[in-house]
Design a protein around this ligand. Structure first.
Ligand SMILES: Cc1cc2nc3c(=O)[nH]c(=O)nc-3n(C[C@H](O)[C@H](O)[C@H](O)COP(=O)(O)OP(=O)(O)OC[C@H]3O[C@@H](n4cnc5c(N)ncnc54)[C@H](O)[C@@H]3O)c2cc1C
Length: 352
């Protein structure tokens, strides 16, 4: 036992000596890079630390397809150096993430910042000693730093919400988070939402007439969606989405039939199983049908465009909660609808 302990002790690498600096900057995003440069210009010994493997901050982490500025590039700039500012020109008014990341690399290169940035390293604690007026800072690599100044440039959005869905640990697909998008290209080819829904939901439930893309046979049975006119009468809108759609939209865009809709409802009543297989675990159904938003109750839902939709208050005066997927009646309604009954909106006007 003693010999074993001694071997382990011998293998353990010695803790790095405390690093003494004037200043530590947490983060190598736009703010951290500027602080590092500024403090160095003032002659201070300074290091920046970032959990990421390179500079960029927000623009390092958020590399999902389509990520781009929503400010005009000309205002998202460092203006302290004319040389730096004029040495770069943007190709677009609202450039995408790859170009923004390239710009941040350009800044780091031009100001020679990387030599004072410790990457892949997270600051785990920082304690200020009132007597010595110095910070003791530790990192996840076991390093301790003693510094007079600590400048936190951690950003507003560096801790993405990654654990928000009940049961997500048992999700069999590849979880993707916008703020932790992989550097390697993600192959989403052939994975349109309609195809995934077809194999994982519609087929097990026997829903043969539910689709994002209308077939000729379905088009001949297409029901009109009506809008109310000023006099209160209804007129057909002639609504037909482009087919096939550019994007299979989860929020709307599915064509279906009453029979298929009933099959979908039956799945909920049947604890997650359909005619040809199970699509939800019963444990998931239990979670989905319970109030998940605490005291935040369902109130009147105001219509946004009065000509298209009215204000909607379901079961006025009765308490209703939000489950993950449904509205839940908290108490029995005079119509006989029991407490715990579930409902959801989202269909176009269907008269059946
Ligand atoms: C998709 C997207 C688009 C945006 N578009 C715009 C825009 O157009 N205009 C605009 O003004 N703003 C925009 N923003 C806001 C953006 O966050 C800021 O503009 C700016 O980039 C923030 O810079 P920052 O340096 O303050 O923080 P960040 O860029 O968030 O950098 C913080 C860095 O600190 C690191 N860090 C945090 N904690 C630690 C720790 N304990 N140890 C080590 N490292 C740590 C993180 O890893 C991160 O790299 C956008 C944000 C997002 C997500």
């Amino acid at each position: 036992m003693m010999a074993e302990t001694a071997t382990v002790e011998a293998q353990r690498s010695p803790a790095p000596a405390t690093l003494t600096l004037d200043a530590v900057v947490t983060g190598a995003g736009v703010a951290g890079l500027y602080e590092l440069h500024l403090l160095r210009e003032q002659g201070l010994s300074v290091k920046a630390f970032d959990s990421a493997s390179d500079v960029g901050g927000t623009w390092y982490w958020n590399r999902y397809p389509g990520a781009r500025f929503d400010s005009e590039a000309c205002i998202y700039q460092y203006l302290f150096s004319e040389d730096l500012y004029k040495g770069w020109s943007w190709s677009e008014k609202f450039p995408g993430q790859p170009e923004i990341e390239r710009w941040m690399h350009y800044v780091a290169d031009r100001l020679d910042l990387r030599k004072d940035i410790v990457f892949n390293t997270t600051i785990t604690s920082a304690r200020f000693d009132e007597e010595t007026e110095r910070w003791t800072i530790t990192t996840d690599k076991g390093q301790t730093i003693d510094a007079q100044f600590l400048i936190t440039c951690c950003g507003m959005l560096p801790a993405p919400l990654t654990h928000v869905f009940p049961g997500q640990d048992s999700f069999e697909g590849q979880p993707l988070f916008t703020a932790k998008w992989p550097k390697e290209p993600v192959d989403l080819a052939g994975k349109r939402l309609g195809e995934v829904l077809k194999t994982r939901v519609f087929e097990p439930l026997g829903m043969e007439d539910t689709t994002f893309t209308l077939t000729g046979a379905l088009r001949s049975r297409l029901a009109d969606v009506n809008a109310s006119k000023a006099d209160g009468s209804l007129a057909p809108m002639g609504l037909e989405l482009p087919s096939p759609p550019e994007v299979d939209m989860g929020g709307h865009g599915l064509y279906s039939t009453v029979g298929d809709d009933m099959r979908f409802i039956r799945m909920w009543l049947n604890d997650g199983a359909g005619e040809h297989g199970r699509v939800l675990k019963s444990q998931t159904v239990r979670i989905a049908e319970k109030n998940q938003l605490g005291d935040l109750k369902v109130t009147m839902l105001p219509g946004v465009i009065p000509s298209l939709s009215n204000d909607a208050e379901f079961f006025p005066g009765l308490s209703k909660s939000w489950a993950l997927t449904f509205m839940v009646n908290d108490e029995q309604a005079p119509t006989g609808r029991p407490a715990g009954a579930l409902g959801w909106a989202g269909r176009a006007n269907l008269f059946y």
